[in-house]
Design a protein around this ligand. Sequence first.
Ligand SMILES: CC(C)(COP(=O)(O)OP(=O)(O)OC[C@H]1O[C@@H](n2cnc3c(N)ncnc32)[C@H](O)[C@@H]1OP(=O)(O)O)[C@@H](O)C(=O)NCCC(=O)NCCS
Length: 175
Amino acid sequence: MEKEFILIMPSIKDRIDWLEYYKEFKKVNPDSNPLDYRLGQDYEQWLSEKEDESKGLNLQEGRVPSSVYLLKIKGNDRILGHVSIRHSIDNEFLEKVGGHIGYGIRPSERGKGYAKILLNLALTFCKELGIENVMITCKKNNIPSAKCIKSNGGILRDEINYKGEDFNRYDFKLD
Ligand SMILES: CC(C)(COP(=O)(O)OP(=O)(O)OC[C@H]1O[C@@H](n2cnc3c(N)ncnc32)[C@H](O)[C@@H]1OP(=O)(O)O)[C@@H](O)C(=O)NCCC(=O)NCCS
């Protein structure tokens, strides 16, 4: 039977696998901070912060409403990837390099085409949120991410240097 991939909001039952996922991710990508979780942070408190953020409640300064999801295969609880979808990019950082979508795949699950699938599902969610022009950026040297963006229809808008690093900005027109 074909595997069905889903994006699903993190919940209480993901706690143990999320902590393993997070540690595995940070080991390989120490500079990234999946879904803004901080090591040692109370999981339930983090869940509640994320839930609030998705509703635009109690936003900290500089934050915009955003929704976070985990990539899974339907019927299997293992976390394969994560994505954050910002409902707008109405601030300087997001407009420059943050973009609407931030994502990652569990290191032990990379190279299987999962990022392409995740991005495809995330774009569908953007459409449901009514975002017509989705902007995604990636570091110029991030070849897998660039391939994944282009194969999902991303059109290179420009290159931008932010704090000494080169980024490519891509646009997706959703109709
Ligand atoms: C970038 C990332 C999401 C890619 O995830 P992935 O599941 O391994 O990607 P996929 O398997 O869907 O592959 C996407 C494309 O990249 C290619 N690719 C995968 N790993 C690659 C590598 N190490 N070198 C070159 N190309 C690679 C794949 O062959 C595929 O290309 P294709 O369209 O020609 O088939 C993952 O490496 C990651 O989580 N990185 C850290 C966080 C990050 O960079 N996020 C993106 C921010 S913009």
